[in-house]
Design a protein around this ligand. Structure first.
Ligand code: NAD
Ligand code: MG
Length: 406
């Protein structure tokens, strides 16, 4: 019998976590869940703990006692841990081979970096760490021998379209921009569904409620990424994620609105060829690809029926109604610490919107004003990244407290 592959699912109680566990349930003999993390959703975490009996569970420190007094059914070595240290321990556990990074936002930064430094295979759904300091993560992968597997659907699509050697350059942290000689990649295009406000007039977008912003027409996702998909900041973050994961320039990346969301992204080659990856819009497909690579395994999702899809439409994004996309491009061009500022300001603004403190239309204004005030610096190490992230959060909160965010 081949040895089981040990898996850590970070953010197991979220949307990516649930999709990952669905795929893992299909392949129980092949994978063993070693660690699971949640945060505040303790009931589902307890249920998962009963189902998978992992060696380690991590949650927000104050909720750890709620997990119960009998850690992991008395399993030897089983333990509950709290906070970021718990996440790092889950990611770096010696029995773990594959880490699914499914925490939402910058909260996943330390555990993602720890997994990369520990030389794990890291399935990257949690895009924010790669937006903040992708080069740091890529360099860490080159040093440790970690394997970086993009599973954000667009980045996974790009990855699937690359020649094998270029795929190796991506997984080993070298990127394809400078090193994959002969790969012949000239540009890439990331597709976007357009979100819930694709056809909405600017005035209606400005006063959209959280319920409207969270009602994504295609994908069922966590709250933060759903709001980002409504502003199109998600596509902006994905643009920076793609620059940082693949080592490409911002100018080599197009964004195309494709409302049917069955063509997940495209690679343009020097000879004029264009290769894309298609599939039903369901995260279990890229997750399954990341888990099984370089082989293929069932994801539980059927292939698309093209006759039912009927037509594929493409159009450019409307920057006037969705200014977040332009802000992300500016941040990608400015580089250095600017993407950290963009991401932190956006996280704070999205929280404030969901908490009823600012309107939907004010979100890009908060980000724009933070970027105007931010003095970019060269990123040196994790401590520096965290310092900038915290500074920007405090600046964005101050600005909102003082009013007139836009
Ligand atoms: P989610 O909100 O559904 O789940 C987030 C998970 O992170 C939960 O398990 C939660 O308990 C945990 N968490 C929240 N705050 C935490 C904290 N401070 N510390 C530790 N853990 C914390 O989010 P999601 O939709 O699953 O997205 C997760 C990540 O994957 C995001 O970065 C998102 O951009 C990316 N992503 C998601 C999808 C999708 O379809 N959901 C697709 C592509 C990429
Ligand atoms: Mg995506």
């Amino acid at each position: 019998m081949t040895e089981q592959i040990g898996v850590a699912v970070l953010g197991a109680t979220g949307s990516i976590g649930s999709s990952t566990l669905d795929v893992l349930r299909l392949h129980q003999g092949r994978f063993k869940i070693v660690s699971l993390t949640g945060w505040r959703r303790i009931d589902p975490l307890r249920q998962l703990s009963n189902e998978f009996t992992p060696a380690l569970i991590a949650a927000e420190p104050e909720h750890v006692p709620d997990l119960g007094s009998n850690p992991l059914d008395g399993r030897e070595g089983g333990c509950y841990l709290g906070g970021e240290d718990g996440l790092v321990a889950a990611a770096t556990h010696p029995e773990v081979d594959t880490v699914v990074a499914g925490v939402s936002g910058a909260a996943g930064l330390r555990s993602t970096l720890a997994a990369v430094q520990a030389g794990k295979r890291v399935l990257i759904a949690n895009k924010e760490p790669f937006v903040m300091c992708g080069e740091l993560l890529r360099n860490a992968a080159s040093e440790s021998g970690a394997c970086l597997m993009p599973i954000d659907s667009e980045h996974n699509a790009i990855f699937q379209c690359l020649p094998l050697e270029a795929q190796r350059d991506v997984t080993s942290g070298r990127g394809i921009g400078r090193t994959s000689e002969g790969a012949g990649v000239s540009r890439i295009a990331l597709t976007a569904s357009g979100g819930p406000f694709l056809r909405a007039p600017a005035a209606a977008i400005a006063r959209a409620t959280p319920a409207e912003a969270l009602a994504h027409p295609i994908w069922n996702m966590g709250r933060k990424i759903s709001v980002d998909s409504a502003t199109l900041m998600n596509k902006g973050l994905e643009l920076i994620e793609a620059c940082n994961l693949f080592g490409l320039q911002e100018s080599q990346i197009d964004i195309i609105i494709h409302p049917q969301s069955v063509l997940h992204s495209l690679v343009y080659f020097d000879d004029g060829s264009l290769i894309g990856q298609m599939g039903n819009p369901d995260m279990r497909i890229p997750i399954s690809h990341g888990l099984a690579y370089p082989k293929r395994a069932a994801s539980g999702i059927a292939g698309i029926n093209l006759s039912e899809v009927g037509q594929l439409n493409f159009e450019p994004p409307d920057i006037e109604r969705f200014p977040s996309l332009a802000l992300a491009r500016e941040a990608a061009k400015a580089g250095r610490s600017t993407p950290i500022a963009l991401n932190a300001a956006n996280e704070v603004a999205v929280d404030a919107f969901l908490g009823g403190l600012i309107t939907f239309g004010e979100i890009p204004g908060v980000v724009a004003r933070v970027l105007e005030r931010h003095e970019p610096s060269e990123i040196t190490d994790l401590a520096h990244v965290v310092e900038i992230d915290l500074e920007v959060r405090s600046l964005a909160n101050d600005m909102m407290r003082r009013g007139s965010p836009s």
